[in-house]
Structures are given as structure tokens and as C-alpha cells.
Design a protein around this ligand. Structure first.
Ligand code: SF4
Length: 366
């Protein structure tokens, strides 16, 4: 038996011994060998909301959620799984949310912080009515930014419900401050008919108002934080043109974290689960070029052998997602078994209630 087989065996043995005391969640961008051991596979939103529901349902005895994903996802799972209602349901018992490698952060989530967004809001208050502005945090953000939204009448969104979240925000207020991903904000707003001339890009600490004049801000309905996902931002327009040249009948589908010029060139855009559904449900023989994280695209191609699935940006792996592997998963499970768990992600009680308010608003928007 080689080392990898041994690790698989050890992980399975730990899972069997821990039974329903353990729930392993795996994000679509995780390594295949890690996904094999997940009780549930999904995107960040599906996994976090499942964490919340399962630990009061099928996994009522759950004591530990091992989150194979990145830091903000584990934080969201902790907030939802240990909400006051869930705690009451379990007689006050907390569920530990753990990560095999707690260095797995999301670079995009780290591009905005409470202090920086508050600085932005304070500057904006000099030139516009900030009570007429809704802060919207993409779920790929830290718990503190979700708490910021909870405090300032804002809401979180996913890439799947961004449109309905923005519809709701604009039905209540005149402007939106969207962070940290500028591309999801811009792509969704354009789809809603908001022209790019009514958007401004905010850069923390840039001159004047985040690099904008007061007039530009006053004319903006959407103020976009200048964050981005390096994986989706890397995709080039020439790659879309090249795949179309090679396969004239191919349909191009991309994630809305891609820059606007990529989404314009694509036939469709959608969240990870929407891309999965779209391709899985398409007729045999269909040809797709997919613009998102490569581990997910490679898996899609293998799971749909009756279709052609081409990766628009081959080998475009998220480095943070890649940090979780069989070795650190196996070690973490052993620590859980021995009662000495580590890498516990616990959102500070000073922000968890406000972050929960923001997440609940998000969950209401389908
Ligand atoms: Fe963050 Fe992008 Fe990696 Fe997702 S793919 S975890 S958004 S860096």
C-alpha cells in the first residue's frame, strides 16, 4: 500500500469511528482526493447553509464540522451552525468548525476590511447621504464585513442571488456600496440595466474619494470596491476568441467573478452551482468552454463524458483551496478523535450576532 492509499484508509477509519459526530464539507474547488471524503460537496453558500441545517437535523449529534474550503466559508459555517436558535436546539452545545490548514484564506476576501470600508463610508458621508446607501458584502468576505453590513443596514449576497439582493437593495435605497468583488457587482448591475457610467470604482487611500471626484460619486448608483479574485481575473479575452475559433459551435459559460469583457464575450454566466447544473443537464454532444477554477472544470469534464467540456484557463488552480490535502485532513481527524482538535475557526462574539443578521437577510433572498 502506498502513502496515499494509507492516508485514504486512515481518513476512512477516523470517519467510521467518529460517525455522525463528524461532518466533512468539501468545496467544488478542492482536490479530488479530498472531495472523496466529503459528506457534502457544494459551493460556499450551499455548504454553509447545509452546515446550519444538518447540525440540527441528520447530524444532530455532530460535534465537529471539518470545512475543506477557505477561511471565510468556515467562519460563515460557524456563525450559522452556532446561531442562538441552533445552540438552543442542541441544549447549548457548540459545534466546532475546523480547517485542515488554517492558512487557507481567500485573497479576495482579504482585499477589504472593516476599517477600510468604514473609512470609505465616512468619506462618502461628506458628499452623499450614506443613510440612502446599502452596503452589500459578497459572501466571499470576512465575518467582520458581514457584521459591518449587519450594523449599517446591509446584506450579504452569493454569486447565485446577487441579482435579487441588489433588486432588494435598490427597492429600499438609492445607492449600493458593493465589496469586495468589483466584477460580480459590475456584472450584476449591468444585467439589471444600470449603465457603467453610473458606477464608480473605490480604491482605499486613493486621492479624493477613493480615486473619484465628488461629482463622479454623486452620479453613481453603484460604488464598487476594487477587489477581485485572481483566478477569475486571470482569464483573457483572447482565450475566449481562441476556443470559439477552434470549436465554432461551443457555448462559453463563465463565473460572474470574471471581468466584464469576459462576461460580454461569453454566452452565459453563473455561479459554480449554476454552471454545474447547466452543463450536467445539457444534452449529450453539447460543447462547453468553462471559465472558472480549473479543478472544478476538470471534474465537470470527467463527470460529463458524453459532452465536450473545455477549460478556458487550464491549470488555473486556487492556491488557497489547494492547501487542504490528505495529509492535513488525516492529521486533523486524528486530533478530533483524540479530543485535542486544532485549527478551530470561531467568530468573535463581538461580531457574530451582527454578521448573523446580515447572513439571514441574504438567506431570505433566493
Ligand atoms: Fe478566493 Fe478566488 Fe480562491 Fe475563490 S477561487 S477562494 S474567490 S481566490
Amino acid at each position: 500500500m502506498n502513502e496515499e492509499q494509507l492516508l485514504h484508509q486512515e481518513i476512512e477509519a477516523s470517519r467510521n469511528r467518529l460517525g455522525k459526530k463528524l461532518l466533512i464539507l468539501g468545496h467544488h474547488y478542492q482536490r479530488d482526493e479530498v472531495i472523496l471524503h466529503a459528506d457534502l460537496l457544494g459551493d460556499s453558500f450551499q455548504l454553509s447553509s447545509a452546515a446550519s441545517e444538518l447540525v440540527t437535523g441528520n447530524y444532530l449529534d455532530c460535534e465537529s464540522i471539518v470545512f475543506c474550503g477557505v477561511h471565510f466559508m468556515a467562519e460563515t459555517a460557524d456563525i450559522l451552525a452556532n446561531s442562538p436558535e441552533n445552540l438552543q436546539h442542541r441544549g447549548g452545545r457548540r459545534v466546532n468548525v475546523l480547517m485542515p490548514d488554517d492558512r487557507a484564506g481567500c485573497p479576495m476576501a482579504d482585499m477589504a476590511s472593516w476599517d477600510a470600508v468604514l473609512r470609505c463610508r465616512n468619506l462618502l458621508s461628506q458628499i452623499i447621504d450614506v443613510d440612502d446607501l446599502v452596503p452589500v458584502a459578497y459572501v466571499n468576505s470576512s465575518a467582520e464585513l458581514k457584521a459591518f453590513c449587519g450594523v449599517y443596514g446591509g446584506i450579504a449576497c452569493t454569486s447565485g442571488n446577487a441579482r435579487s439582493v441588489l433588486d432588494r437593495a435598490f427597492s429600499q435605497k438609492r445607492r449600493v456600496l458593493f465589496f469586495p468583488d468589483q466584477h460580480l457587482g459590475r456584472n450584476t448591475a449591468v444585467e439589471m440595466g444600470i449603465p457603467e457610467t453610473a458606477m464608480s470604482l473605490w480604491t482605499d487611500n486613493a486621492p479624493e474619494y477613493g480615486g473619484n471626484t465628488a461629482e463622479t460619486i454623486r452620479n453613481s448608483k453603484m460604488i464598487l470596491w476594487d477587489g477581485f479574485c485572481c483566478i477569475h481575473q486571470r482569464i483573457q479575452t483572447e482565450w475566449v476568441d481562441a476556443v470559439r475559433k477552434e470549436h465554432p459551435e461551443i457555448r462559453v459559460i463563465v463565473h460572474p467573478e470574471c471581468p466584464r469583457e469576459i462576461v460580454i464575450r461569453a454566452d452565459e454566466s453563473g455561479s459554480t452551482s449554476q454552471i454545474l447544473r447547466r452543463i450536467t443537464q445539457s444534452p449529450p454532444g453539447t460543447k462547453w468552454a468553462v471559465g472558472t477554477e480549473s479543478r472544478f472544470v476538470e471534474r465537470l469534464a470527467r463527470q460529463n463524458p458524453d459532452k465536450t467540456v473545455v477549460d478556458l484557463s487550464p491549470m488555473n488552480y486556487c492556491r488557497s483551496m489547494s492547501l487542504t490535502n490528505l495529509d492535513n485532513l488525516s492529521k486533523l481527524l486524528r486530533s478530533v478523535e483524540s479530543g485535542t482538535p486544532y485549527n478551530i475557526i470561531s467568530v468573535d462574539e463581538s461580531i457574530a450576532p451582527d454578521a448573523l443578521i446580515c447572513l439571514r437577510r441574504m438567506l431570505q433572498c433566493r
